[in-house]
Ligand binder design. Structure first.
Ligand code: NAD
Length: 497
């Protein structure tokens, strides 16, 4: 049995393996590896390696740091297929989807290769006689990332390339469900010339997270995962004096107005609801049809859903793969059952779906529930599976009200040909990322990603310019050099003359 351990000081580190977890191939349901869970001492070892590496890395020239990031970019680019293969084997998503994930991660690495521009400070000459003021942005020290199972490549890449480019060192704790991609990403960074201890990976569960949250040498924590854990990480980390950004769960609504291009809306809803088997924080899980839009949209949705090819992620024909675990599949099935019990109409029902030859795989068919109302659990909870709910409302204003009342605010979209309606939507909607005739509005690496409300805890969105601000702190310097003017002791507050 393959055993997956940690990565400390640019080397694999097997660890004590007192506790471990199973890693599955979701397409077959078979255990493919065992992942070691780090003990507190092993986490301390990784943090100590990062702490020791920090002064040297912080003081390395900007140009030197960027050169390593350029080499890293080339290596990740060259290993896209290997990364996508590992990702698909443990996460279950299709190879095409996995390649897309690696590509979106590359964008962040590319952004980080040019970090020097964003680390520039301001400079004001002669703020007082012969006195200048300027600002610096300095790294924090040891930073840590805790990441979810659904993007085992991309979400870590939202964090560590920027943290490291800014001069920090990093300890990553990936999801225990698909731990291998992080190991290859770390190995490639070592090959790119990253000094020992700058990037470390520790495998584990709550024990590892809790130790990182209390460790006195960890300055900042980036977390991405479900809302209850994000809230816990934010509250515990900040209580322990750390800077924390915690991105959380979602319920993303797509509004379809009666004037929308219905073919575009149907293509977009099906792609965004069932891509990655709905295991995306930006997946569309609710379509809100306004007026008679449902009559035109629903037949188009059904036509597309029936044509979907669901199968092992490794098969090039598959458009949608399995869910991550059997427990998760059962949980999704129980949501569909309660939705139907509460009065929703299942236009398609994925509960009995299976793939011939892969009966033990964690597959779930694409499910479409009509006449969903806001009091049903399929609406109130994040399902995180291939289940799309249709909520019918009478007016545009009802649609806005519904979304604004929802506890989450990660992403949303409107489909319409009315520019005025779209502009009003972008202005009034209480959601962090908005698509206009675009179903999954994930910004590129040079913008930042982040929701509102219960989809984020903390003040900083992730990657892009907000990432640079998160991983650095400002310092202001007031300096006087030539011909100092001695005015003697003055206990008054400094004033500019
Ligand atoms: P999760 O919250 O279960 O796990 C995330 C991380 O936290 C993992 O590394 C896990 O080991 C750790 N963890 C789990 N339970 C913990 C506990 N009780 N205490 C401390 N640590 C714990 O999330 P998941 O199931 O891996 O991922 C799916 C969730 O992530 C969904 O809710 C999805 O919406 C969310 N997500 C959000 C974004 C975003 O940007 N907002 C992006 C991707 C995923």
């Amino acid at each position: 049995m393959k055993r997956i351990g940690h990565w400390i000081n640019n080397r694999p580190f097997s660890g004590s393996a007192d506790r471990s977890g199973n890693v599955y191939d979701p397409a077959t349901g078979r255990v493919t590896a065992e992942v070691t869970f780090a003990t507190v001492d092993e986490i301390d070892l990784a943090v100590a390696a990062a702490k020791q590496a920090f002064p040297g890395w912080r003081d390395a020239s900007l140009n030197g740091r960027q050169k390593i990031l350029f080499s890293y970019r080339e290596l990740v680019d060259r290993h896209q297929q290997d990364l996508a293969g590992l990702l698909s084997a443990e996460q279950g998503k299709t190879i095409a989807d996995a390649l897309g994930e690696v590509n979106r991660g590359l964008e962040v690495i590319e952004f980080a290769t040019n970090i020097a521009h964003l680390l520039k400070g301001d400079h004001s000459e002669n703020v007082s006689t012969a006195v200048d003021t300027y600002t610096l942005r300095q790294p924090l020290g040891v930073t840590a990332g805790i990441t979810p199972f659904n993007f085992p490549g991309l979400v870590p890449m939202w964090m560590y390339p920027i943290a490291i480019a800014c001069g920090n060192t990093f300890v990553l704790k990936p999801s225990e469900k698909d731990p291998s991609v992080a190991m290859l990403l770390a190995e490639l960074f070592a090959e790119a010339g990253l000094p020992d201890g700058v990037f470390n990976v520790i495998q584990g569960d709550k024990t590892a997270v809790d130790r990182l949250l209390e460790h006195p040498d960890v300055a900042a924590i980036s977390f991405v995962g479900s809302t209850p854990v994000a809230r816990y990480v934010y509250e515990t980390g900040t209580r322990n004096g750390k800077r924390v950004q915690a991105l959380a769960g979602a319920k993303n609504h797509m509004v379809v107005l009666p004037d929308a291009d219905m073919d575009l809306a149907a293509d977009s809803a099906v792609s965004a609801a069932y891509g990655s088997a709905g295991e995306r924080c930006m997946a569309i899980s609710v379509v809100v049809t306004v007026g008679d839009a449902a009559d035109k949209l629903l037949p188009r949705l059904l036509e597309r859903i029936r044509a979907l090819k669901i199968g092992p992620g490794m098969d090039s024909d598959s458009e949608m793969g399995p869910l991550i675990t059997k427990e998760h599949r059962d949980r999704v099935a129980s949501y569909v059952a309660s939705g139907i019990e509460e009065g929703a109409e299942a236009l398609t029902d994925g509960r009995d779906f299976s793939v011939p030859g892969h009966e033990d795989g964690f597959f779930f068919g694409a499910t479409l529930l009509d006449h969903v109302t806001t009091n049903m659990t399929v609406y109130t909870d994040e399902i995180f599976g291939p289940v799309l709910s249709v909520v019918r409302v009478d007016t545009y204003q009802d649609a806005i009200g519904l979304i604004n009342e929802n506890r989450w605010g990660n992403g949303t979209a409107i489909f319409t040909n009315d520019g005025g309606a779209a502009r009003k939507f972008q202005n009034e909607i209480e959601v962090g990322m908005v698509g206009i005739n675009v179903p999954i509005p994930v910004p590129l690496g040079f913008y930042s990603f982040g929701g509102w409300k219960d989809s984020i805890f903390g003040d900083h969105a992730i990657y892009g310019p907000e990432g640079v601000h998160f991983y650095t702190r400002p310092k202001v310097v007031i300096s006087r050099w030539p011909e100092p003017i001695h005015r003697g002791v003055d206990l008054g507050f400094p004033q500019h003359r």
